[in-house]
Design a protein around this ligand. Sequence first.
Ligand code: PA5
Length: 444
Amino acid sequence: MIQVDLSNIRSFVPEDWFTSRQGRLEQARAMLEAGNGPGGDFTGWVHLPRDYDREEFARIQKAAKKIQSDSQALVVIGIGGSYLGARAVVELLKSPNYNLKQKNTPDIFFAGNGLSTDALLETIELVKDRDFSVNVISKSGTTTEPAVAFRIFKNLLEEKYGKDEARKRIYATTDAHKGALKGLADAEGYEEFVVPDAVGGRFSVLTAVGLLPIAVAGIDLEALMDGAAQAMEALAVPGAENPAWQYAAARHALYTAGKSTEILVGYEPSFRFFAEWWKQLYGESEGKEHKGLFPASVEFTADLHSMGQYIQQGQRLMFESVVRFQESLGSYTIPNDPENVDGLNFLSGKPLSFVAEQALRGTLLAHVDGGVPNVVIQALRRDERTVGELIYFFEYACGLSGYLLEVNPFDQPGVEAYKKNMYALLGKPGYEAQKAELEARLNG
Ligand code: PA5
């Protein structure tokens, strides 16, 4: 199970930092388990690893097999919570270079997660002459970025295969009952998967939202869900030994002690999109009512040579949460050089992982000495079970942490503001008055 080492925050927080929060953690735990706290209608993810829909799970695996057999590429269309989880898991468990590798599973391209014309043209170029399928994912079914991308890739598929074959290559993951995408999927007869009502976008990676693309990449879904289920059982047990309680309490204590930024630190390049997923999870859950830690991320050791300067000596506004995988998947021994021209023979015969471990330990002490508290989150290795555990650990700790902060961790009212302005400026029917007002302000 995930372990949290808090020995390097002690000098930054009062002695009773944990005991003084234990009562509130117990309340938060009870609210999460019963789904009766603020935003309780969106706590369907809490028992998901136990209660997920087995019939749909089997359909996801079957669809993944079909895509693997008839497609060289899968275009996954979605944004935010309908995008980051799948990419995080595919990159962490396979590789950021997944598409470049020799493999018997399709390449995966992500689209509809922005409005860049150049990125869109590039993806079209990469798939148009290959056999491909599309998984369009949108809970609301009305988000502009994926809706526009879907229109484009749907046309591309229809031109390439004709309408009948195209519809067999489109998989829609959306609300069970409502939304434009649901209507379109019903009308066209696409295979449909459901984003459960009680699960918000950023908590949806272990639903069809994440699971279909993850399965297409050849990742073992059962093991991923098993890992999450184990974490679910372990983290439901109240008490000071609970790692989610420890992490949530530490974040809150450091926030109360004046820290405003949490930097998630990874030492694996494959961890980059997991950190992006984590940023959305915590940023969107806690950043409201003018409260919340700003979630940032770095990749060490690369960023020690860039952001490391600021972290060591810039404004003292941050703490670090370091995710450490205890085991590498492979090993590499540093060779001996009889000439020792580079003076590195003191490392000859040592595994590269030994060097990485000393970099981690040395950095930790340097940053703590520089006034940056460090939380260390220990995970076993980059395998399905551990990643399932890690996902659930961060989700559960996020729920606890949001309740400690006294916000509703499961809504995102702030995301609506930009959407409304964009709809108005684009001339969406019903937004005429706002359009005139916004244009006047912009033209000034
Ligand atoms: O977590 C969230 O609620 C958001 O990030 C959404 O996932 C994102 O805005 C995409 O929404 P939708 O799935 O409705 O297209």
